[in-house]
Design a binder for this molecule. Structure first.
Ligand code: G16
Length: 569
């Protein structure tokens, strides 16, 4: 077949280093960019096959997100904008690791197993972040697509969530939005303006937000979007990429792990600040307290703010829709406790305080508790779990997350928002819900969309960042990294909260945890960096630090540590 000859010829331009084996990680392949040319070409091939199989457009994003600038990686996007299905991660691994002369056999194997018709047209959308290596690597993806006769659309520099959005728009024939960057800006900014337009007396101070763009693509894109927001949000952008290095001493991952402000952000006490990561799919907020103390509002605080807001609107609208919050093992113990215990009390209080008219519309009272689920790290896992509910709010503590609304929930909200016979208060709540749905990028975590949502929620609820922070108090915590010879020796269970190998490690962690109050700790191999991650929390920062350190030493000793014993970045 001519297509296979073309693949053979083109793959010779993107040869695989003999013997190199790469694992499909938490969010695709990720390593030093010098090792990735053949992987990119092959992911172009795979995306084309996936497109033929699904008869839909598939996305390929060239990015290594929070990793250092010299790394790169690839994220594959399925038809509805979600991460590629796990079954195809296996094919991705087979193709990426097939030696040069085995590539065609590996390719034909996928075609056969998936019964793919090679006559079917294919379409692949490609995007890239701002890394110097992204230009040539995205060209390698395009070469792969064209070698199999696929059609491509190269979006060039876009954020990861923008590419996910384009794929979803394309495959829903525009129902989700227009598959252009301008269309994305228009949809989100209109929803934001609708949500905030009736908030009385928003001052310039309340509209002001400091943004750390991590010297990455998010900085470029939020600049482009600013005019669409018509001064309803006044952004001061730092780390815009004009001088600093991507993710270096800045960005969401640095701020979250180091628990300190990024370099270059000039913040005064009480000012709201946020940081994106390298491909703008994560966001964390923070501010400096009056005594100069750094306060972090991470993914857990974001999930709490959003779920509280949604629950309140559902109650006001008299809509009986179940809300769940999906977290991972990294979720701060205080956030889980707040969601499980306090949210229930809060809802009851709200109901009892509601006026007589409100009570009369609540023919069937809303479910009283927010369900909390825990999954393995990786948005693909959280996304999947969140899909099981009417409304699934999912956030990793690192700030990666979004909200999913089931089609039925969206319909109920829309129907109520358009029902002119319903009373004004219910309708107002339904309209706010409807605009909230429009503001959210439901395909994947999106720093820009999340930022606009948080800003809208704070405005609507009249909350300062300090009031948001005071919803609950985080347990002090610490994250460390340990380098081991082969991180695959660590195997975990129970949503990564316990290890099953190497022998003795879990017992060692258990006995260390017992030494501290309100303590918890777990370890897991990273799927984006060549390290083992250690997490610990306890009643004081000293205890959390000591526990993290001791657990790191246990990992080092029992899991084949190499080099430095542990470090925090
Ligand atoms: C990716 C994933 C996230 C995950 C993070 C860290 O984020 O999309 O779900 O939390 O990696 O994963 P790990 O601990 O396995 O290294 P990003 O923003 O880097 O693409």
């Amino acid at each position: 077949m001519a297509q296979f000859e073309e693949v053979s010829q083109k793959s010779a331009i993107h040869p695989k280093p003999v013997g190199l084996v790469l694992q499909y990680g938490t969010a695709g392949f990720r390593t030093n960019s010098k090792q990735l040319d053949h992987v990119m070409f092959r992911m172009g091939l795979l995306a084309t096959l996936r497109s033929k199989k699904t008869k839909a457009t598939i996305g390929v994003m060239v990015t290594a997100s929070h990793n250092p600038e010299e790394d790169n990686g690839v994220k594959l996007v399925d038809p509805m904008g979600e991460m590629v299905t796990p079954a195809w991660e296996v094919y991705a691994t087979q193709l990426a690791n097939a030696e040069q002369e085995e590539l065609l056999t590996a390719l034909k194997d996928v075609i056969e197993r998936e019964a793919i018709s090679m006559a079917q047209e294919a379409s692949v959308f490609v995007g890239k972040d701002t890394r110097p290596s992204s230009d040539s690597l995205s060209q390698a993806v395009l070469d792969g697509v064209h070698a199999l006769g696929g059609h491509s659309k190269d979006y060039g520099l876009v954020t990861t969530p923008q590419l996910h959005y384009m794929v979803c728009c394309q495959n829903t024939q525009g129902r989700y939005g227009e598959a252009t960057v301008k269309g994305y800006y228009r949809k989100l900014s209109q929803a934001f303006i609708q949500l905030t337009k009736n908030v009385p007396n928003r001052t310039d101070d309340q509209k002001a937000l400091l943004v750390d763009g991590a010297n990455g693509i998010g900085a470029l894109k939020v600049c482009e979007m600013e005019t669409y927001l018509k001064n309803e949000l006044q952004l001061s952008l730092f780390n815009d990429g004009s001088s600093g290095k991507l993710n270096h001493l800045c960005g969401a991952d640095y701020v979250k792990v180091q628990q300190r402000a990024p370099k270059g952000v000039e913040m005064t006490a009480g000012e709201r600040c946020c940081s994106y990561d390298g491909d703008a799919d994560r966001i964390v907020y923070y501010y400096s307290g009056s005594a100069g103390r750094f306060h972090l509002l991470d993914g857990d605080k974001i999930a709490t703010l959003i779920s509280t807001y949604l629950k309140e609107l559902l109650t006001q609208a008299g809509l009986d829709l179940q809300i769940a919050v999906v977290q991972t093992a990294y979720a701060n113990g205080s956030s889980t406790q707040y969601l499980e215990d306090t949210m229930k009390v809060w809802t009851h209080t709200l109901l009892s305080l509601s006026n007589t008219h409100m009570r009369s519309v609540l023919t069937s009272p809303p479910s009283s508790q927010v369900i909390v689920r825990c999954t393995k790290t990786g948005v693909k896992h959280l996304h999947h779990a969140a899909q099981e509910f009417d409304i699934g709010v999912y956030f990793e503590a690192n700030g990666h997350g979004t909200v999913l609304f089931s089609k039925a929930a969206e319909k109920k909200i829309q129907k109520l928002a358009q029902d002119s016979n319903t009373n004004a208060e219910r309708r107002r709540a339904a309209l706010l819900l409807q605009n909230t749905v429009n503001l959210i990028n439901q395909t994947v975590g999106d720093a820009i969309s999340d930022m606009l949502l948080i800003e809208a929620v704070l405005a609507i609820r009249g909350m300062t960042v300090q009031q948001w922070d005071a919803i609950y108090t985080d347990l002090p915590n610490r994250q460390l990294k340990v380098k081991v010879a082969d991180r695959r020796v660590i195997d975990t269970t129970d949503a990564e909260r316990r290890t099953v190998s190497p022998a003795g490690l879990q017992e060692a962690i258990d006995s260390l945890v017992k030494k501290y109050r309100q303590a918890r700790s777990f370890v897991r191999p990273s799927g984006t960096e060549d390290v083992v991650r250690v997490y610990a929390e306890a009643d004081t920062q000293e205890s959390a630090d000591a526990l993290a350190h001791e657990v790191s030493l246990a990992v080092y000793r029992l899991a084949g540590g190499v080099g430095e014993e542990s470090k925090s970045l």
